[in-house]
Design a binder for this molecule. Structure first.
Ligand code: SF4
Length: 347
């Protein structure tokens, strides 16, 4: 009896990893999915808390892909180890603070450790040559295989025909003829294959699978590093960068201003860790202060808070300030004029 071979598929939740896993499943291979949680994932975060996006389904796309394929999904927390990838990427960053090449190498490396531990035979990814300018190029494909340590155990079903055969192909575990030769930025071949497989409701991530590809998010992360004087972060820091309007009125403090109800409630969960402000006389945002503040700074923060409340046109707005030591004070301030907020305060 021939042995059933086992493959671990890296599942991001996007179309490519769905198709890659399906192509291998259809060859009679036992496939299980791995989804890595870095803390920067777009999946189900901001759109899950903001009211304006409530009409959109809030599904976890990686779980949804696993369900479509009928495979087991292992969601693995790599938050701590991943910090070094973001902080010191050997191959540098992409257009923003996205260390895509190092990230791919790291994830395949972790998958390689996982298959060794769990008795699996090889790894599959949804990579396509030329799909992304930095991490998915013909010359970076062997770099990922080599530096991750996976070498010939890494199979990319969607572009395998454009690459030297991997071990699963050479050993006949999978039929190379039934794999694909996709190349370039066009998504048309993937969409045609999705239709052939009968998938019509897949996620279409714009740009990438994580917030690090987002320009504004990267600016906020760079500001966080600059203000703290070192390229370090905790999970709470990077979660808060996804929420609210961020303003830095002074180098030593920043304000995180809830933009609507869902965000105010989310920020409320952090009120014990930050000095925070809210308007008492009018409906308005919850505001967290990140940094040390003087009485003068708090007065400025109160004027800004008032500006983003429904009292923006009022003469005076009452703003409650709750300090970290638990003490409270009420400030009666005039809302700052919109034109008095310089552009560069907005992160
Ligand atoms: S977009 Fe983010 S998760 Fe995807 S490869 Fe780049 S850094 Fe990694």
């Amino acid at each position: 009896m021939t042995q059933t071979r086992k493959a671990a598929a890296l599942i991001s939740g996007g179309l490519d990893s769905l198709l890659a896993a399906k192509a291998i499943l259809d060859q009679g291979i036992h496939v299980e999915g791995i989804n890595f949680f870095t803390g920067f994932c777009v999946e189900g975060h901001t759109h899950a808390i903001r009211k304006k996006d409530r009409a959109k389904p809030k599904r976890n796309n990686a779980l949804w892909v696993a369900e479509q394929l009928g495979i087991k999904l292992h969601i693995i927390d790599i938050i701590e180890e991943y910090k070094d990838v973001v902080i010191n990427p050997k191959h540098g960053y992409g257009a923003n603070l996205n260390p895509c090449l190092d990230c791919k190498i790291f994830m395949v490396h972790k998958a390689n450790e996982w298959i060794e531990k769990n008795g699996f035979d090889f790894i599959i990814t949804g990579e396509v040559i030329g799909q992304r300018p930095k991490s998915q190029r013909k010359d970076t494909m062997p770099v990922i295989a080599k530096e991750s340590g996976a070498n010939e155990l890494l199979l990319r079903p969607l572009c395998a025909k454009n690459l030297p055969p991997s071990k699963p192909e050479l050993e006949g575990w999978v039929d190379r003829e039934k794999l694909y030769g996709f190349e370039g930025r066009t998504r048309k071949p993937q969409m045609a294959l999705a239709a052939e497989f009968g998938f019509d409701d897949y996620a279409q991530p714009a740009g990438g699978c994580c917030f690090l590809t987002d320009k504004q998010y990267s600016q906020k992360l760079a500001d966080l590093w600059k203000a703290s004087g070192s390229k370090r972060y905790e999970l709470d820091d990077i979660m808060l960068l996804k929420v609210g309007r961020h303003l830095r009125p002074r180098p030593h403090f920043k304000m995180i201003i809830g933009r609507e109800d869902g965000e105010n409630k989310f920020l409320h969960g952090y009120r014990k860790q930050y000095t925070h402000l809210f308007t008492a006389s009018h409906k308005g945002p919850l505001v967290l202060i990140d940094g040390e503040t003087t009485a003068e700074d708090l007065d400025l923060a109160a004027q800004i808070t008032a500006r983003f409340s429904q009292g923006r046109d009022a003469d005076k707005v009452e703003v409650e300030v709750q300090l970290l030591n638990g003490s409270k004070q009420t400030l009666r301030v005039r809302p700052i004029a919109g034109e008095a907020i310089p552009r560069d305060w907005y992160l």
